[in-house]
Design a protein around this ligand. Structure first.
Ligand SMILES: [Cu+2]
Length: 434
C-alpha cells in the first residue's frame, strides 16, 4: 500500500529536519574543535628591538556571568577590549607605547609602568603631574602621548593609568606586560631553572568591579561618586568571571573579553625517550597579577606551585642561589605579580589494568561534576548514568583553581562565579582530544 500524500510530506519534513539537525550538530562539533586549542597567554608583540604599541583608552562594555553588562574604561590596540592587550617584549628592547586618550568627560589620563625605570614621555623624562592628580606626565583628552623605556628586567609587570588611579584603575585601565629574558622565550628569567613549556604559559590577571561606581560614570555622575562607598561586587580573572573564564581565548560571545583562563597542560615526564611525543620535561608557568584593591589568595588545587619570581624579580640570592619556594596557595597582594611554575605528575599511573587500590563508590552514591568522563582513569571515557551528560571530551582531568577569598567567588550576588578556572590535563598522545 502506498503511503498517503500527507504522510509522504510528513516523512519528507522529518527527513529534512533530521538532516538539518545532523548538519548543525556536526558544524557545532567542528567549531568547538577548531577553537578548543586556544588557551594560554595571547601576546601582542612588536618588532624587537624597538617594539611600538598603540593603546587607546576608551569606554566600552563587558559581559558578566549574571547576564549583566558593565560599563568600563579599558585599552585597545584599536577597538575596546578588557583587560588591555598583553604586551610581550624582549629584555633590552626599547619599548614605545603611544597612548591615545579617548576617555569620556574630557578626563586626562596617563600610563605608569611599575618596575620600569627612566620612562620617557614624548622623549622627556616622565614627571609627576600634580595639576592633573597624576603620578606621571599625563595626556589631555583627545590627544596622544608616547611613553618609552628600555625593558631592562625580565619578568611579569603591570601597566595602568597613573592619573587619578583610584578611579581610573578601578574603572579598568590596566594590562599586563611580559618581558622575555635574553635567555629566550622559554625562560621566565635568566636562569636555567626558570625554563617552562612555551605552549603552557598562562595568565591570571585578577581584578574587581564596583558596579555602582561604574554605573555612576556611565550615567555622568561618576565625578561625585564617593569612593568611601566603594565596594567590589564582581571579581574577575583575565576580565571574565566563571564560567566564561574557562571558555577559549576569543570566544565569539565575549567580543570585548578575549582572554580565557583555562590552563591546559600535559603530564610532566622526564623518563620517556626524548623523541617520544609524551616526553615533557618542563613545567607550565602561571603569571599572577593583582590590579585590585585587596589581597587575592589564589588556590590552585592538586599540586603546589613553585614561586620563582615576584614583581619582576627572580627569587634568588645575591650569589644567584635559588630561593624559589613551594606554595600551596598563592596570596597575591594589590599591585603584585607572581611567577609560578607547576607540574602535574601521573604518580601512580592508575589505569583499568592498574586500578586504584580503594573500592570506588557505586555511581548512585556519587554526584558527578559536569566534566567527569565516566571513568576515574586518565584518557578513559565510560558511559554515564542515565540522565547525566558531560562536557568531558577525551577522558581528560579537570582540577579547580580559584580565589580562596570565597566571598569573591561572586558576580553581584550570583555565587560560584568570579575568579574560578580549571587546570585541564590531557591524556598522553595518541588521544582523541580535539
Ligand atoms: Cu580551594
Amino acid at each position: 500500500m502506498k503511503p498517503s500524500t500527507s504522510f509522504r510530506k510528513l516523512r519528507l519534513v522529518l527527513v529534512l529536519l533530521i538532516a538539518v539537525l545532523a548538519f548543525t550538530s556536526t558544524a557545532k562539533l567542528q567549531s568547538t574543535k577548531a577553537s578548543s586549542l586556544v588557551t594560554g597567554v595571547v601576546c601582542t608583540s612588536g618588532a624587537s628591538p624597538n617594539p611600538a604599541f598603540s593603546l587607546t583608552a576608551q569606554p566600552g562594555y563587558i559581559q558578566t556571568p549574571d547576564m549583566n553588562t558593565v560599563y568600563m574604561w579599558s585599552y585597545g590596540s584599536s577597538a575596546f577590549q578588557h583587560p588591555g592587550p598583553v604586551l610581550c617584549v624582549n629584555q633590552g628592547d626599547t619599548v614605545s607605547i603611544t597612548l591615545i586618550n579617548n576617555l569620556p568627560y574630557s578626563l586626562p589620563t596617563s600610563l605608569v609602568f611599575p618596575g620600569q625605570e627612566n620612562v620617557l614621555a614624548n622623549g622627556v623624562l616622565a614627571q609627576p603631574d600634580l595639576a592633573n592628580n597624576s603620578l606621571t606626565t599625563s595626556v589631555a583628552n583627545g590627544d596622544s602621548i608616547t611613553y618609552s623605556f628600555v625593558a631592562n628586567k625580565p619578568g611579569t609587570f603591570i601597566y595602568e593609568s597613573g592619573t587619578d588611579p583610584k578611579t581610573q584603575v578601578t574603572m579598568g585601565l590596566f594590562g599586563a606586560l611580559i618581558v622575555r629574558p635574553t635567555m629566550g622565550a622559554a625562560f621566565a628569567y635568566n636562569r636555567t631553572d626558570s625554563r617552562f613549556t612555551p605552549a603552557e604559559e598562562f595568565l591570571a590577571l585578577l581584578s574587581e568591579i564596583d558596579p555602582y561606581q561604574h554605573q555612576a560614570w556611565e550615567n555622568g555622575t561618576g565625578a561625585s561618586f564617593n569612593m568611601n562607598n566603594y565596594r567590589a561586587r564582581y571579581w574577575l580573572i583575565n576580565g571574565r568571571g566563571f564560567p566564561d573564564s574557562i571558555a577559549d581565548n576569543n570566544a565569539p560571545w565575549l567580543p570585548a573579553q578575549p582572554y580565557g583562563a583555562l590552563a591546559l597542560i600535559h603530564e610532566f615526564n622526564t623518563t620517556l625517550p626524548t623523541s617520544d611525543p609524551n616526553y615533557h620535561p618542563f613545567p607550565a608557568i602561571e603569571r599572577f597579577i593583582n590590579v585590585g584593591t585587596e589581597e587575592y589568595p589564589f588556590h590552585p588545587h592538586g599540586q603546589n606551585g613553585l614561586v620563582i619570581g615576584r614583581d619582576g624579580n627572580p627569587l634568588e640570592g645575591s650569589g644567584g642561589e635559588d630561593l624559589s619556594m613551594e606554595k600551596f596557595a598563592i596570596n597575591i597582594g594589590p599591585g603584585q605579580t607572581w611567577d609560578v611554575l607547576f607540574k602535574w605528575h601521573d604518580a601512580e599511573h592508575y589505569s583499568p589494568s592498574n586500578p586504584v587500590t580503594s573500592p570506588l563508590p557505586d555511581l548512585v552514591n556519587l554526584t558527578l561534576g559536569m566534566f567527569y568522563s565516566g571513568s576515574p582513569y586518565l584518557g578513559q571515557t565510560e558511559q554515564l548514568p542515565p540522565g547525566k551528560s558531560t562536557l568531558n571530551q577525551c577522558g581528560e582531568y579537570y582540577i579547580i583553581s580559584h580565589n580562596h577569598a570565597l566571598f569573591q567567588l561572586d558576580a553581584f550576588g550570583q555565587v560560584m562565579s568570579g575568579p574560578i578556572t580549571y587546570l585541564r590535563i590531557d591524556p598522553p598522545t595518541p588521544n582523541t582530544c580535539p
